[in-house]
Design a protein around this ligand. Sequence first.
Ligand SMILES: NC(=O)C1=CN([C@@H]2O[C@H](COP(=O)(O)OP(=O)(O)OC[C@H]3O[C@@H](n4cnc5c(N)ncnc54)[C@H](OP(=O)(O)O)[C@@H]3O)[C@@H](O)[C@H]2O)C=CC1
Ligand SMILES: O=C(O)C1=N[C@H](C(=O)O)C[C@H](O)C1
Length: 266
Amino acid sequence: MHKIAVAGASGRMGHMLIEAIRASQDCQLAGALDIASSPAIGNDAAAFLGHASGVPVTADIRAALKNARVLIDFTRPEGTLAHIRHCREMGVNAVIGTTGFSEDQKAQIADSARDIAIVMAPNMSVGVNVTMKLLEMAAKALSTGYDIEIIEAHHRHKVDAPSGTALKMGEVIAQAMGRDLKECAVYAREGVTGERDPSTIGFASIRGGDIVGDHTVLFAGTGERIEITHKSASRATYSQGSLRAVRFLADKRKGLFDMFDVLNLR
Ligand SMILES: NC(=O)C1=CN([C@@H]2O[C@H](COP(=O)(O)OP(=O)(O)OC[C@H]3O[C@@H](n4cnc5c(N)ncnc54)[C@H](OP(=O)(O)O)[C@@H]3O)[C@@H](O)[C@H]2O)C=CC1
Ligand SMILES: O=C(O)C1=N[C@H](C(=O)O)C[C@H](O)C1
């Protein structure tokens, strides 16, 4: 049985994960963590489902990790970093779905992976990760003569932009084309921008309503354009992907992995 603690237990993804763990045959909820200001603190972690899991939501990270073998964390970068420090001390592996990390924060996570095993990915869905492979192939074949624009749309509550998935798509494309995303990304356009530099990769973010997560990469050439699109209709794909990552980590002691490793897409 995979004994799992969930951070951000009363968030959108926290609820999806607790539901998915409850429905699975091989996973068990072993801890539920949220920030001290959360109204869920002290409640049963599955109360929102009308069930009793016997696991209370706590703001005490060490209490949440005490009976767990792995932490699944979909919170905020500063929260994830604090949680991972405790995972490292207590020898608990981690699945990180949080997005919006700085380069320095990513380096801190990579350092923790010298002592514990971590799967970190901005998108846990199988479909998105397969889409990344399609993009790699398209980018190699369309490396000249096509302008690349990445358009993403998410719900009104999302706090980071561009999405972690859009940034990862940009990295995959840039790498396939021998470019460095840090040098060629254009995140905003306004006013007299001049003509488009063909070496750039543009990003556009839309926020509204309850859009779960849409990503389109446009390869715009002369006389034709190719659009590769993924649309999420439910967060269940993210929670199911996270449980696949938990199973993947079961025999791992240390190292930093992503969903390409979990899904054998490398
Ligand atoms: N990798 C993937 O497949 C996916 C990644 N994500 C990412 O996961 C993250 C969470 O998304 P979502 O569930 O929609 O967000 P929510 O805001 O619904 O949930 C976040 C949870 O974390 C808690 N939280 C907020 N700040 C902190 C903090 N500083 N420390 C600890 N906990 C904190 C929130 O508590 P409170 O509500 O009380 O503030 C809440 O319980 C985002 O970064 C998002 O981009 C989302 C979906 C899929
Ligand atoms: O915040 C979200 O909702 C999502 N965030 C992830 C991202 O930033 O890429 C993944 C998914 O698109 C949903």
